[in-house]
Design a protein around this ligand. Structure first.
Ligand code: HEC
Length: 202
């Protein structure tokens, strides 16, 4: 999607100048009118689901604690675990998924598999020099072990991060269909396999 911020800001300025204050409907209309469909990046992405609408009210947690608890439970109940009960795939394929930042943008080929873009927010393999810091470093993640609760926690975090942290900024890789079940298994192995670069010292 190509954001046309300039046009949006001009429209918002026009509203505020003419009436003094722009109503939220005017602001929504100005915002919606500032985006266009571009390939697979379509303007329906501006529609907020229930979690996004609740989290939109504040930067951290919704003011309504009961609503937050209900939404979090709904997300937890909707997590789909691996059909065959096996959480761990191939860490080498997982390394490729973690490293791949392509997918879902207007310039990406929809026929190609999406990547996880994990390095945009996390340090993972210690020998990787380029990574973002929005999320915590995951180096040495495998030291937490492969107990059933650990496997289920990590899978849930990847499937739908909102199940634990309602207003998390991490993508919902399973719930949103960004990554396939096999890709998620491979990422799990990349995080947890003792042989994975994530779990090597530099
Ligand atoms: C847009 C940024 C972003 C991207 C991309 C992202 N994450 Fe995260 N992730 C976060 C943030 C922020 C947190 C911490 C806050 C929270 O728990 O939601 C987090 C938390 C986590 C945790 C929990 C850490 C813990 O200590 O328990 C795991 C595991 C994780 N991410 C794995 C991944 C993997 C694997 C990928 C790629 C498939 C990924 N993340 C992509 C932002 C991101």
């Amino acid at each position: 999607m190509r954001p046309l911020f300039g046009a949006g800001i001009a429209l918002i300025s026009a509203f505020t100048l003419s009436s003094g204050v722009a109503s939220s409907e005017q602001l929504d209309a100005a915002l919606a009118g500032s985006f266009i469909d571009n390939g697979q990046a379509t303007v329906d992405r501006l529609q907020q689901d229930a979690v996004q609408a609740a989290c939109h009210q504040s930067r951290t947690q919704p003011a309504d604690a009961a609503l937050a608890a209900t939404l979090r439970q709904q997300r937890l109940d909707a997590v789909v675990f691996p059909a065959d009960g096996n959480f761990l795939g191939d860490w080498q394929r997982g390394a490729e998924v973690a490293d791949n930042g392509r997918g879902l943008q207007s310039s990406d080929d929809p026929a190609q598999p999406n990547g996880g873009n994990c390095y945009a927010c996390h340090q993972l393999a210690p020998d990787e020099v380029a990574y973002g810091t929005l999320g915590p470093a995951l180096t040495g993640y495998g030291a937490r072990g492969q107990s059933e609760p650990m496997l289920r926690y990590t899978w849930t975090k990847l499937w739908d991060t909102h199940a634990y942290n309602l207003c998390s900024h991490m993508p919902r890789f399973g719930a949103q269909g960004i990554l396939t079940e096999q890709q998620l298994k491979d990422i799990m192995a990349f995080l947890l396999d003792p042989a994975s670069p994530v779990n090597q010292d530099l």
